[in-house]
Design a binder for this molecule. Structure first.
Ligand code: FES
Length: 108
């Protein structure tokens, strides 16, 4: 599907080591800002039950689900412990002129 960058937010919308929810086209995503000021994007819902990860807690490269405290590495999407066992899908991000974009077009 080629380049399909969607603006998710402005950089100042996300604090360092925090996450926000971004809804687009009937889907929900989570946008993370790491302590070293990089941006990452994953699916917005936990793979255990459909809970918004943006309501969870960011610790270093980990997002902790607010419901059962399942953990994922938000940089890779890797599930990091019970009860989550299915990885999160991740999406490429880029920053341009103070705005954060994610590329979701090639996701199946
Ligand atoms: S809903 Fe996320 S760990 Fe259960």
């Amino acid at each position: 599907m080629g380049e399909n960058w969607i603006k998710a937010c402005d950089i100042e919308d996300v604090d360092e080591e925090d996450v926000i929810r971004f809804d687009f086209s009937g889907r929900t995503f989570a946008i993370y800002r790491s302590a070293d000021d990089e941006f990452f994007a994953t699916d917005g819902l936990c793979t255990h039950e459909k809970v918004h990860l943006a309501d969870g807690l960011v610790m270093k490269n980990i997002i902790e689900c607010p419901k059962h405290n399942g953990r994922f590495d938000y940089k890779t999407g890797e599930a990091k412990g019970a009860p989550v066992c299915v990885n999160l899908r991740t999406y490429p991000t880029k920053v341009h002129d103070g705005e954060v974009f994610i590329r979701i077009g090639s996701a199946s």
